[in-house]
Design a protein around this ligand. Structure first.
Ligand code: DX5
Ligand code: ZN
Length: 217
């Protein structure tokens, strides 16, 4: 089994985003957190900024939309060429329709769940998705502590994916370090978002390799 390490530019230097993206080119994708100050109490960037960064960055984009009105906005990120677009289940009115629209636009379709959102109501739509994101912190801010209480949900999601014909990536996001990644990997996650533990390190490339080693792949 292979694992993916996707550094989050939420912990990067916002004055130098293009070079910060270049600093993680050994990663599998760049995790781009879009926040609207409604779905979460924080604000980052929107479509025009992501579009321009996409034009200057060689690494695939894994966009995580923490925004309301996901049905309206998520397809736009697929249209500008983002390889993976993840919307929140709590913010989508018609998640299956939205996932289909994303795939039709050539993106991988991802759906995210807040820590308190159960996975069971969504298990029958796994075949519509390319990625399931289990949040391991409350979305909105980097640098928070990994919530161990999410581990059983990761385990149940991994089992459901294994038992289905669907080939999904199981992503975790929030509080991922060389210590917590071991527990998340053991629970069945295979794609790890890491913001502060990569961009807070002196050598982001070494931090990426350290996470890969710790995940056991
Ligand atoms: C939080 C974001 C995360 C964040 C993770 O809402 O979705 O992607 O950047 O940051 P760390 O790895 O520092 O917890
Ligand atoms: Zn994120």
């Amino acid at each position: 089994m292979s694992c993916h390490i996707n550094p989050s530019i939420l912990s990067a230097d916002f004055a130098n985003l293009a070079s910060e993206l270049n600093a993680i080119k050994t990663a599998d994708a760049a995790h781009i957190d879009v926040m609207d100050n409604h779905f979460v109490p924080n604000l980052t960037w929107g479509l025009p900024v992501v579009k321009r960064l996409k034009e200057v960055s060689p690494i695939p984009f894994d966009v995580h939309l923490m925004i309301e009105d996901a049905d309206r906005w998520a397809p736009e990120y697929a249209e500008i060429g983002c390889e993976s677009v993840t919307f929140h289940a709590e913010a989508a009115i018609a998640p299956i329709k939205l996932a289909r629209t994303l795939r039709e636009s050539g993106a991988r379709a991802g759906m995210a769940l807040r820590p308190a959102t159960a996975v069971e109501p969504y298990l029958d739509m796994l075949s519509e998705l390319d990625m399931l994101l289990i949040m391991t912190v409350e979305p909105g801010f980097g640098g928070q502590k990994f919530l161990d209480v999410t581990l059983p949900k990761i385990r149940r999601a991994a089992q459901a994916i294994q038992g289905s014909d669907a080939k999904l990536t199981l992503q975790v996001d929030g509080g991922i370090t060389e210590e917590t990644i071991v527990r998340a990997a053991e629970a069945g996650a295979d794609c790890f978002v890491a913001g502060s533990s990569v961009y807070g390190a002196d050598d982001p490339a070494a931090a990426i390799e350290g996470l890969r080693r710790a995940a056991g792949h």
